[in-house]
Design a protein around this ligand. Sequence first.
Ligand SMILES: NC(=O)c1ccc[n+]([C@@H]2O[C@H](COP(=O)([O-])OP(=O)(O)OC[C@H]3O[C@@H](n4cnc5c(N)ncnc54)[C@H](OP(=O)(O)O)[C@@H]3O)[C@@H](O)[C@H]2O)c1
Length: 392
Amino acid sequence: MQHKHNTELDATFLDWPVHMQRALDLADSVLTAAPNPRVGCVLVHDGQVISEGWHSAAGADHAEVMALTNAGRDSRGATAFVSLEPCAHHGKTGPCSDALIAAGIARVVIPMQDPNPEVAGKGIAKMEEAGIEVIMLPDFETAARRLNPGFFHRIEQGRPLVRMKLAMSLDGRTALANGASKWITDAASRADVQRLRAASSAVLTGIGTVLTDDPSLNVRRDELGLSEAQLLSNELNLQEPPLRIVLDSGRRMPATAKMLGLEGQVVVYSTASADDSELRDSKNVDLRVAGSGDRVELQTVLESLAADYQCNDVLIEAGPTLCGAFLQSKLVDELVVYIAPKLLGSDAKPLLELVGITQMSGAPEFQIVETQQLDSDVKLVLKPLANPRFNE
Ligand SMILES: NC(=O)c1ccc[n+]([C@@H]2O[C@H](COP(=O)([O-])OP(=O)(O)OC[C@H]3O[C@@H](n4cnc5c(N)ncnc54)[C@H](OP(=O)(O)O)[C@@H]3O)[C@@H](O)[C@H]2O)c1
């Protein structure tokens, strides 16, 4: 790979950060391209942007191919700014490095290698062998990683990024004693949750929530709060709803559950000793086993979601029991908490079943990474801080 100081490159280098940022912004216009990463591409010739591309869904053209198609013959001799190393392998579409070579691209500028072992430097090597100058802009690596945290998580750690959504009252309650929970938060928060769902590979809940609320856990495009233009760039991935996952150790899930009648796949994880299920003949249900103990093994579920379903991001929307169990197992990477300015009182149900914290030094702690007011509610995004004394 070429490692040149910027000033040795050419007179247009001052614009490079602008083009790279635009490639990142194009990628960011898509909610998800799972299992693929979100990628954007800008083609520049003689200092002028000649075309742009982005990857809108698995199976759709990759960002580089879309930009090359838009540019046509003008791409010969151009520079391509791509938000991730162009791929070198055949997936649902052909390798982007081959397409860039065939189009006569002179230079490719990227922020980082693709960590996917099928690519990981092979795209760069292929292009360099063909005479393309490949330049790395490492200042953009952090931003490039932030675009696809779930993808990096799956590839590098063998399990999806786990995001837990919690909606609660000011006094940390999630439902009245009689189970009523509609609605604690307002419409703006619920639209935000819809966007979180649409950006996730899977939405996961517990059998307790299924039996109490009979949720759909689907994406409703009219509730996403997206503009027509945003809906258009996400059209393809909205046609592929996220998987719905239910953790149901004893196979209590009824065949009448609302989510089974909706479009999209449902996966039910149970334990090895669970009885046969009345769902065994349902065509949109996968019945899987995760563990042989009393309850479904959470780590096994996550490994299966990565290996069997290529899930990058899982959104947990469960009740206090399962949410507590995930936190207790230290398997949560991010919390998204919606706080409604109302009180449900001490008869109402708590946010989490989390027992055994007897000392302040053993309390799980979080770092707030985002705060936002959404209409009347407040949204917090938090990352768990490692506390070796929690749950030891
Ligand atoms: N405010 C919110 O954000 C929100 C979101 C969703 C639900 N809710 C509320 O939560 C309430 C339901 O709460 P819930 O606690 O009964 O439901 P839950 O947490 O969704 O489901 C709990 C069930 O998950 C199953 N499970 C499977 N594997 C498990 C494991 N490893 N560890 C723990 N549990 C496991 C258990 O049943 P088995 O042992 O039979 O498998 C357990 O009883 C409802 O009132 C609902 O409205 C609130």
